[in-house]
Design a protein around this ligand. Structure first.
Ligand SMILES: [Fe+2]
Length: 231
């Protein structure tokens, strides 16, 4: 399976935020990424979240997301887009996927591989983020038992995709509150080959036990920050 990947585009009208996020350039970068994925004949595109960033008005956020949706909808390659904390700050899940089209994460099964997508836009008290009510340092995945069951029920190799971080080498404030528990379960299953993440903008690559952890660097802070994953 050949997958085109990008993350943390943080598209908005702002020229620069946090001193290094070139938000307004990301629309063009997303176009370039899709042109590259098409030339490489990818089977699937995955966006690992923080597709957009906040604006002074929700109308502008909607208009920005519609611009991105045009690129996604125009492509013949199917896209799966996880929501990041910035997407969840601006949009409900319903509105986000209504605008983007058919991009809502759903397990992919092919060639003896299963791709699982985790939504960790939850506070540690188990409540899901809401527009205007998110915290990038408070992230949690509440459905461990369901996840364990899904992994137990397959004989496939399993690949996990998530916006926030589970790599033990990444700064704790970027990681899920329960990442130690989840990682333990993933290791124990013996089926999980890799965990792919965004959120930590510099990016990271490491291996713990039998699992490889890849964190892709942020599109808004780099040039050509789009990747091909062969799994
Ligand atoms: Fe981000």
């Amino acid at each position: 399976m050949k997958i085109g990947i990008f993350t943390d585009s943080h598209y908005s009208s702002q020229k620069i935020t946090c001193g290094k996020r070139h938000n307004s350039k990301s629309l063009e970068k997303i176009k370039q990424a899709y042109a590259f994925f098409e030339s490489e004949k990818c089977d699937l595109v995955i966006c690992l979240g923080d597709l957009i960033d906040k604006e002074a008005s929700h109308e502008t956020e909607v208009a920005n997301l519609k611009e991105v949706a045009k690129i996604i909808r125009k492509s013949a390659i199917k896209t799966i887009c996880l929501m990041g904390n910035h997407d969840a700050f601006a949009f409900t899940e319903t509105e986000f996927y209504e605008i983007l089209g058919d991009c809502k994460p759903k397990n992919v099964k092919a060639e003896g591989k299963t791709l699982l997508f985790l939504d960790a836009c939850y506070f540690k008290n188990g409540k899901h983020y809401l527009p205007g009510d998110t915290d990038w340092t408070d992230t949690f995945y509440p459905h461990i038992e369901d996840l364990k069951k899904q992994i137990e029920e397959t004989t496939d190799d399993v690949y996990v995709f998530i916006h926030q971080n589970m790599d033990p080498d990444i700064r704790e404030d970027h990681c899920l509150h329960n990442s130690i528990e989840i990682n333990g379960m993933l290791q124990e299953s013996g089926k999980v080959k890799a965990v792919y993440q965004g959120h930590y903008h510099p990016g990271m690559e490491s291996k713990h036990g039998n699992i490889e952890y890849f964190t892709f660097s942020a599109m808004c802070e780099n040039v050509n920050a789009h990747y091909i994953l062969n799994i």
